[in-house]
Design a binder for this molecule. Structure first.
Ligand SMILES: [Zn+2]
Length: 195
């Protein structure tokens, strides 16, 4: 089922997500709905706060990135195959040089900005089986994880850009809050009038 994606300005996007227990009701259906919602919006990642739930859950499928021509063949193959559910994730370490990537977010349509992040992360998380594991990711996969992980910490990519750029996109963010935008997928806005 496709769920509405909450827009910039919704308070839930600023909450730190709560830990999910193995008896969380209908978790399998929630995860399935999140994948449906992400694919419908042509996203590569979606975090639970974006569908209105302040819990530590996000889903990722980097397949759309695998078609970029500027990547090495092995990286393309990796991106094509990477689909993963992250429950109760905790980033333990971020290392390497900071590099810029032009990020966007399904909660912030039509805004894209370069964001600097470190190239490699060590993350502890589990999937639906609730078996805790620790893994290292780098490159674009790490990038997508870092973006989604920020969501479960109440952080948005627009927090990480320069003051000047923040000023330049202020009006656009205001429009998103008021629902004065058109997205190709179902959304829910913070201050939309008349609804
Ligand atoms: Zn996002």
């Amino acid at each position: 089922m496709i769920l509405p994606i909450v827009g910039y300005g919704e308070p839930v996007l600023r909450k730190v997500g709560e830990i999910i227990s193995p008896d969380y009701p209908n978790l399998d259906i929630l995860i399935e709905n999140m994948y449906d919602t992400m694919y419908n919006a042509y996203g590569v990642g979606l975090a639970a706060p974006q569908i209105g739930l302040a819990v530590r859950l996000f889903v990722i499928d980097t397949e759309p990135f695998s078609e970029s021509d500027d990547l090495k063949t092995d990286e393309q193959a990796q991106l094509k195959a990477f689909k993963r559910t992250f429950i109760n994730a905790k980033i333990l370490k971020e290392e390497g040089n900071e590099w810029a990537f032009n990020e966007g977010c399904l909660s912030i349509p039509d805004v894209r900005e370069d964001v600097y992040r470190k190239e490699r992360i060590t993350i502890e998380y589990c999937e639906e089986d609730f078996v805790i594991k620790t893994e290292v990711f780098e490159g674009l996969i790490a990038r997508v994880i870092q973006h989604e992980y920020d969501h479960i910490e109440g952080i948005l990519f627009t927090d990480k850009i320069s003051t000047l750029k923040k000023t330049l996109i202020k009006k656009r963010l205001q429009n998103i809050m008021e629902g004065k935008i058109r997205a190709d997928y179902k959304m829910k806005f913070a201050n939309k009038k008349g609804r």
